[in-house]
Design a protein around this ligand. Sequence first.
Ligand code: GTR
Length: 342
Amino acid sequence: MTQRFSLSRRRLIAGGTAFAGLALTGCQPRLSGLFTGADTHPGDYPTVQAVEYMGRLLGERTGGRLGIKVFAGSQLGNERDTLEITSFGGIDFNRVNLAPLNSVEPMTIPPSLPFIFRSVAHMRRALDGDIGDEILAAMEKQGLIGLCFYDSGARSVYNTRRAIFTPDDMRGLKLRVPSSDLYLAMVNALGANAVPMPFDEVYQSLAQGVIDGAENNWPSFESARHYEVARYMSLTQHLFTPEILLMSKISWDKLSAEDQQLVRQAARESVPFMRDLWDARVESSRANIVASGVEVNDVDTAPFAQQMRPVWDQFLVTPQQQDIASRIVALGEQMAKQEKPS
Ligand code: GTR
């Protein structure tokens, strides 16, 4: 089921002269300078802001010797392509969602399973501890250094046709998913037709009727303007798949041990910064979307969880994946118990 990155060198160069230039810098030893960063979101999005903040921290702590220039808004390509380029050393930092890594690194599966996290608090607690550290460490064999996780809130289904209350309402809808076999299976399990597509093509495809809907969090639904066309948002909250900040292992290996430490520390410090921005952004996006007249409805999530459940067994294949998934579940149960008034 897993696959290595497969972007050919020809496609890499054809992908744009920017890449070609960036890729070549990957061959030279470099101990200092302005690193490149990729992000699919626009400049004001919390993930971009967080990596820029991290770059400022690095600048302050090295007298300007290190810094990060983030190319926002998919300028360097979609997430699957930029991931491959990052693993070749053509991009230094990359902030992506775990979804496009699902078919590459098995350890990204557990936190991407439907309904595995009960809440944002559960997700944060799991990823702040050993579970998160083990998933970050697993990225190294893919040529990527996992630095930290960022929030991505809850993903819900939106579409141009009708309000969704039960899985039956999803039947026949053409729903865009990120490039992930797991996402494909999840959406198909609900009776919809999953269409894998890069994020930056979704608006146009919704507007032209190529797809009927997609699923995402409030800030992405707003910032990519999908809500202008998809006027039904149904709060399935089926996923809390987090964002991850990665560094190319090729770039990482060129840093001194002290600079590696500085990078890790700055990344860690960007997490609470991002979370504050994120919480505010979720609220403002939700308010703007509701004010624009999008029809938003709650759903009983139990039948969705039940229908999607078989993907757990289908995608949790290694003992390491199963161990991480059961620890996430156990943590959720423990947190729920503590929250219950005695
Ligand atoms: C967003 C995420 C992006 C991208 C996008 C998608 O929530 O922040 O990195 O993965 O979803 O659905 O492609």
